[in-house]
Design a protein around this ligand. Sequence first.
Ligand code: U2F
Length: 570
Amino acid sequence: VQAAFRNDLAHLLELIGTGKESLSFMKKRIRHLAQQWLRAARRLEQKLKGRQRDQKQILIHIGFLTEESGDVFSPRVLKGGPLGEMVQWADILAALFLLGHSLRVTVSLKELQSHLGVPPGRGNCPLTSPLPFDLIYTDYHGLQQMKQHMGLSFKKYRCRVRVIDTFGTEPAYNHEEYATLRGYRTNWGYWNLQPTQFMTMFPHTPDNSFMGFVSEELNKTERQFIKSNKVSSMAVVYGKEASIWKVGGKEKFLAILNKYMEIHGTVYYETQRPPEVPAFVKNHGLLPQHEFQQLLRKAKLFIGFGFPYEGPAPLEAIANGCIFLQARFNPPHSSLNHEFFRGKPTSREVSSQHPYAEDFIGKPHVWTVDYNNSEEFEAAIKTIVRTQVDPYLPYEYTCEGMLERIHAYIQHQDFCTTSSSALPPKAKSPAMQSPASVLALSPNTTHLVWSPSASRDPRAWPPVDSLQVWVSEARHSCTETCRQRGLVCEPTFFRFLNKKDVFLQLSITCDSTEYEMNHLYPAVAENVHECYLQKEPLLFSCAGYSTKYRRLCPCRDYRKGQVALCRDCL
Ligand code: U2F
């Protein structure tokens, strides 16, 4: 069946169900953004005119909202608890629905079992009939529940699963045997999925797919209006929970800020003003999402105190014409040195409260400074008060951008067929059978580019024409190596360069070449002329570096404002 774009969100609201504050929050959000979503769907429909799109049967199982996993989020929706995940799920639901797929939504174990066809009263048995879904979007909690209740069928069907994973899962933590051997300890990892089956809230690592969410969009009139009504002395503090005010040294930087600006907050409180919030701060209490946006429209500055990490609010602030000021973390925070990230399946180094804002947006919208350096902090405030900025929203966070991206994933990502586009988790060293086409790489002085004369596999996605092979410096990851060249690391291309010939083409001398399991391979230990190839395709990883190796990195181009897609990827 062909999928038809939908032009009404009413039926989706029914599908979501009732009975939890988190569900009400999500429905309110969908209702509020409905017009914006519908306009975007019409634009994408025009863009894709006539393109064949299959309608998928999709199960959306939001594990963290089930009672069985504790549902700690729902009771905190109105109390300043995290909303980022609910923002994202609401947007995923809207996007999948508008693209015309057939959806089932579950937030309890019982519903999950009945949709999967698990016989009542039994668990951990193979399903009695074939799984009625082409795709299952869930999270780590849901994944655990599915594993527990599907028995052997879990292995068979796990290629249909997409895991919404806020902060990301790096390949080294995903591979059970390797993670165990090498001490990549985590509370969540070890699933042996294809790393791109994990979908993140921001484009944290190219090893995962970037799912994202949306922010409110403004038309020209609204922009104009916002710009002329900005109160240049008004600052809003990022954070709904009183605990964020416990940050060390806050007296000093708040006193500086207060010299130039009136400070507002949206900190949750029950009856009394939270004692952590100083008296000179105008606290509005936790606001409903659309009122929070109205506040941002007036404010000049949105200021972060270091927590929460990597949430949606800074994008909303920037989209409403605020400048976002945040603390640089030196040294960076990560699972190795910070409680919040400990046990998360990634060693990504978080260089500020919001690295996406820092790296993908930057000045004049985003200022990342050392809060312990009073001069630097004060200079930033002084400049910000004088600086005019336009509201800005990266295309990938617009409704059209998100629809376009999810459409591309659904059309092209296939982890079930063992074709060239997705290697099976446990095939006999498929990493060794590199495709013949790689021989057509034509050498350049410093790197390799794909030769157009190469026979190309039309099913391969992203199309291999966008591949450029670069050799990293020692101590550099492939993520970084590609980024330095205005490109992005593309893990699906590793299989094209995991090959002895490629070293030769790059004029790298190899006295020996070995296949081993290591998430940094293919790589060369330059001073000893030892070359290494990857034995386990699940360990192909853009993340990771070492002083010992220069890595072979598969980079590709990307669309401006849509890093998930290469130029010819739609
Ligand atoms: C992040 O979760 P948070 O919920 O703390 O993220 P925020 O950036 O604060 O934003 C979530 C939403 O809260 C809304 C705002 C955002 O869309 O519009 N909001 C509101 O409705 N009323 C207000 O007064 C203020 C904000 C992140 F998303 C999670 O993944 C992490 O677990 C968490 C911890 O790092 O941070």
